[in-house]
Ligand binder design. Structure first.
Ligand code: SAM
Length: 170
């Protein structure tokens, strides 16, 4: 997932949430255009505690990254309220093996709409990049994210009806 338009300090909380949601819902990496080591550190700490190898990278050059991934055969999906409704295109998108999901911030350049192989809407109402990535990944994986394993962490949550049950692994 690549987020365009991250403003360090102002957007730190929402961009961190975006990375956490992408991680929990089965994406492999979250990239941001502006350098912000706080996001990278936060995700590193979450991996250390809860496992997995999800990477957050900041300071990414957006046009050259998109160009490079296109050349490597990635399918580019841009989440936007102006796009084609998710249910109409998710079947086709599931058939692609390498995906780059683009989400925007306050202003999205025209370039995103043109470079995308799919402009996809999660309803045609304005909401949030965090909600958009969550719903997109849930539909992409058809709920399989509930069974994801995050290896190598220090703790594991034991689901319970009431209270908090945590298994200490090491
Ligand atoms: N006004 C901005 C624009 O030019 O499109 C949208 C800002 S919105 C707060 C930030 C991001 O959330 C968008 O760039 C898009 O990636 C995502 N988003 C918001 N609503 C969406 C929707 N209905 N469907 C898909 N993505 C959405």
């Amino acid at each position: 997932m690549l987020r365009y338009g991250h403003r360090p300090v102002r957007d730190r909380r929402i961009s961190t949430h975006l990375a956490l949601v992408a991680r929990a819902f089965g994406a492999h990496e979250a990239w941001f255009d502006e350098k912000d080591e706080n996001i990278e550190k936060k995700i590193y700490q979450v991996n250390k505690t809860f496992g997995g190898s999800f990477a957050a990278k900041t300071g990414v050059n957006v046009p050259s990254t998109i160009k490079e991934l296109k050349m490597k055969g990635f399918c580019i999906v841009h989440l936007t309220m102006y796009g084609i409704p998710l249910p109409q295109v998710i079947g086709e998108i599931r058939g692609k093996d390498k995906l780059l999901i683009l989400v925007g911030g306050p202003k999205v350049p025209k370039y995103f709409y043109e470079v995308a192989d799919y402009n996809v809407s999660i309803t045609n109402q304005p909401h949030s990049e965090v909600a958009a990535i969550a719903v997109f990944l849930d539909w992409l994986y058809e709920g399989k994210e509930f069974g994801l394993k995050f290896e190598g962490g220090k703790i594991e949550i034991e689901p319970s009806c009431r209270g908090k049950r945590v298994k200490i692994l090491r």
